[in-house]
Ligand binder design. Structure first.
Ligand SMILES: [Zn+2]
Length: 205
């Protein structure tokens, strides 16, 4: 039996209308517009325009409210539930990235998410939630929230890039005479598949 897994080609963090439009023209099937550094009304207006455009070609659109900071870089600005409610209603987005203790590029699973803030957001909006910086969320909390909250996506790029980097380093160091990029990169395939499987199966348990 053929099992079809629904996946999308997603533009993460498009910063302008133009960038999002290019992604749609190139055939992306899901986009994100990140206006979270802008004042609320500007973020709402621009996100609404981009969500409209995406929907006109049957593509889903994610927006961001509050600001998710970067490890060793910009600091976060937690999502205010009343702003999230307005943002969700007035933009008509399909998914909402929120700032609830998550931080981009985290290599260690420390701290965790503010569950009270997540609950407050969930009481004022039905839009599926997205956690950027999901690599830094403690595993038990990730499992619990994947099951029992409106969070529908954890972005885990850092976790997978760490698996890739480790596999690449091993492959290169294994033989100092190695030079063929195809051979070297081939060695990263299985470890990355394993790391991804581990994440997915943990969430499914
Ligand atoms: Zn992000």
């Amino acid at each position: 039996m053929l099992v079809v897994t629904p996946v999308v080609a997603h533009l993460d963090h498009g910063y302008t209308f133009e960038e999002c439009k290019i992604a749609l023209d190139c055939g992306f099937t899901s986009i994100m517009f990140d206006g979270s550094r802008k004042p609320l009304q500007e973020n709402i207006d621009e996100t609404a325009k981009i969500a409209d455009l995406a929907h006109s070609v049957g593509v889903s659109c994610e927006g961001e409210i509050g600001f998710v900071g970067y490890s060793g870089g910009e600091t976060s600005d937690g999502t205010k539930p009343e702003e999230a409610a307005r943002f969700a209603t007035e933009t008509n987005i399909d998914a909402m990235a929120i700032s609830v203790g998550n931080i981009h590029l985290q290599q260690k699973k420390e701290g965790g998410l503010d569950e009270d803030r997540i609950k407050s957001i969930e009481t004022v909006s039905d839009v599926p939630l997205v956690i950027h910086g999901g690599s830094g969320v403690p595993l038990n909390q990730r499992i619990k929230l994947a099951r029992n909250s409106k969070i529908c996506k954890f972005n885990i790029g850092t976790e997978l890039r760490m698996a890739f980097g480790n596999a690449l380093r091993l492959s290169v160091n294994q033989d100092t005479k190695r030079f063929d990029r195809i051979q070297i990169l081939k060695d990263t395939h299985d470890p990355l598949v394993q790391a991804t499987r581990k994440v997915l199966s943990t969430l499914k348990q």
